[in-house]
Design a protein around this ligand. Sequence first.
Ligand SMILES: Nc1ncnc2c1ncn2[C@@H]1O[C@H](COP(=O)(O)OP(=O)(O)O)[C@@H](O)[C@H]1O
Ligand SMILES: [Mg+2]
Length: 270
Amino acid sequence: MNQSRTKNVWGKDIEPEYEQRLPRQRGDARGVGIRIEKLSKSFGDVPVLHDLDLDVPAGQFVAIVGKSGCGKSTLLRLLMGLDSPTAGRISFVGPDGTATDPNARIVFQEPRLLPWASVIDNVAVGLGQGVDRREAQRRAAAALGEVQLAEKAKEWPSRLSGGQRQRAALARSLVSQPAFLAMDEPLGALDALTRITMQSLVERVWQEQGFTALFVTHDVSEAVALADRVIVLDRGRIALDIAIDHPRPRQRGAADLAEIEGRLLRGIFN
Ligand SMILES: Nc1ncnc2c1ncn2[C@@H]1O[C@H](COP(=O)(O)OP(=O)(O)O)[C@@H](O)[C@H]1O
Ligand SMILES: [Mg+2]
């Protein structure tokens, strides 16, 4: 990984996770296609991902589910360029069908906000360097509006609830208008009711912005509520790949969705 830390507009270090693939095509919020070919990853001689093949069309919302340790986070880290494959390749495909290097962002289960910076300054960190302060504040305020947190712009992160902190983290990843957004159990630490509200929020921003989404969750009903397609990973292999073309917003608990949940659970606990 890049050793020299990138500075943000105020000269502070940017967390390594956020310095990846900073925006190159400003204002281009179109999704990007993802092509994964024969992708394998081992740690030492322990294989974690085996020969994965996966094509994700631009703008698709893909959920990845599977038991703990099956390789979900490893796959996202490879896609983000935070780690490198042992074999195989990952490419991103632009609207003209040629390879591209997209603006890609990741959201984790922990919001990882800077405690000494206000909420709006935390969001502006997502813009990286080279954006003047007024413009950065304007764009950060817009991103906070997107996640319905505008009134907390000047607050310290410690004053926010868990759900609000995670909304701030989402705003930080959205402020640069990514073409690809990876989410690694982003709602996993939230209570059940906040989670449902946040699921709707994630669905709305995805519909508005059109990025390609890869959403890791251990909650099968969350996957079915949100995704166009759900992939079950089992010991580093794709065990199931199910399309869900039900209209949105989806009715939680609807019989046909419950049937898909059942299939997914059987795929996970086969
Ligand atoms: N940096 C690493 N070094 C060694 N082993 C790792 C590393 N990262 C992940 N692993 C191992 O790879 C497997 C998959 O991990 P991970 O992708 O985090 O699973 P998941 O996100 O599905 O729970 C686990 O067995 C984990 O211990
Ligand atoms: Mg994980």
